[in-house]
Ligand binder design. Structure first.
Ligand code: FE2
Ligand code: FE2
Length: 372
């Protein structure tokens, strides 16, 4: 016990017992239909089993968590506290322009995602379910920075088109669930072209401006990923039947909200205090990104320190209220979140079968109905 407490106190090793990687989730990849086969239909006594809808929701959330885990591991091995002093130190130093604690936060966010995968996998198994298995899709090339394990990856962080409209959405009084759209982007150029959020090789590390732009891109990508998780869990929770599953989705979903809020606060420090725009050309993707100072002389929809959710329209006829959003169908529900990941460029290089599997899982989750 003493030893465990000692381990918990040391920041770098605080949760090292979780760093066992992605839990192998069964034998072969199975089709979506098979995942929910043999489940009870509506109105049946469920006993210890899951309803079809609850199983579909948890399978989709597990897939999303496996995706999150893969991308966070890539960030951790280059920018996490464990990488301090390694070849990728210029990336860490650049990330610390956003906040001195970025490496620790990156490592902890990664641990959290690993725990989400392990927990959802174990829970599904405990209910007699075969958890979704994406192992056959870990084939994308990792960063070539020395020290990075040259193993196949699930997500591509080198050609991202990061949508930063969540920045304007959380500062606006308008709610996307009530039809509002076209929220201002924090960094419009990030959406228009493709950028890398990790150093691809030593060339990226050795160019001071380029590595700063890569770290700034990562900072906004962190917020993009976690705002999606925030809305996804809240949206699907409304379709859950079992109180136990609801407890799981609101509790893990709460951790996603905490992640989002941290990254929301940090991203606004990109180019802080510099009156001149920070403009960097990436010769590999042949794209130019521009970061402006969001901390000074900005309109309310862009001002960096307005990170608390602005009260917004929510339910017709009732007052504006401070809430996470969107949480309604057709927004960042399962299909919306997966389509958002696809548009983000996370799956560039993956076969069509991969995105089809994800979209199948998503449509089954979105079709779930709360059974009373
Ligand atoms: Fe997660
Ligand atoms: Fe997350």
């Amino acid at each position: 016990m003493k030893q465990l407490l000692g381990m918990l106190k040391r920041p770098a090793n605080r949760r090292s017992f979780l760093k066992s990687g992605i839990v192998a989730a069964g034998a072969a990849t199975t089709g979506v239909g098979l995942l929910t086969a043999g489940l009870p239909s509506a109105g049946q006594d469920l006993g210890d089993r899951l309803s079809k809808g609850d199983a579909a929701i948890l399978q989709l959330l597990l897939a999303a968590e496996i995706i999150e885990t893969d991308l966070w591991i890539q960030y951790r091995e280059l920018g996490g506290v464990e990488a301090t002093g390694s070849v990728s130190q210029p990336y860490i130093t650049a990330l610390q322009q956003l906040d001195g604690d970025m490496p620790q936060y990156i490592s902890d966010n990664t641990d959290d995602e690993i725990s989400h995968v392990a927990f959802l996998t174990a829970f599904l198994k405990s209910k007699g379910q075969q958890p979704v298995n994406l192992n056959s899709f870990f084939n994308l090339a990792p960063s070539k920075v020395p020290g990075v394990p040259q193993t196949g990856r699930l997500t591509n962080l080198k050609k991202l088109s990061v949508d930063t409209s969540w920045w304007g959405r959380y500062r606006s009084k308008e709610n996307p669930d009530l039809g509002a759209k076209d929220f201002p982007q924090a960094v419009p150029s990030l959406l228009e072209r493709q950028f890398t959020a990790i150093p691809r090789d030593s060339n990226d590390l050795n160019d001071p401006n380029r590595i700063q732009a890569i770290a700034d891109t990562a900072g906004f990508h962190f917020g993009f990923i976690e705002q999606a998780g925030t809305s996804l869990y809240a949206t699907l929770s409304q379709r859950v039947t079992s109180p136990e599953v609801l407890r799981i989705t609101v509790s893990i979903g709460g951790a996603e909200i905490m992640h989002f809020q941290v990254w929301h606060d940090k991203a606004g420090n990109a180019n802080a205090g510099n009156p001149a725009p920070f403009i960097v050309f990436d010769p590999v993707n042949k794209s130019t990104v521009t970061f402006t100072d969001l901390t000074t002389n900005q309109p309310e929809l862009l001002q960096a320190n307005l990170i608390m959710p602005e009260p917004t329209d929510f339910i017709e006829g009732l007052p504006e209220v401070s809430i996470i959003r969107p949480t309604g169908p057709g927004q960042l529900d399962a299909t919306g979140a997966i389509n958002g990941f696809i548009a983000d460029g996370l799956f560039i290089g993956q076969p069509k079968a991969f995105t089809e599997l994800l979209l199948d899982l998503a449509s089954e989750a979105d079709a779930a109905k709360r059974e009373l």
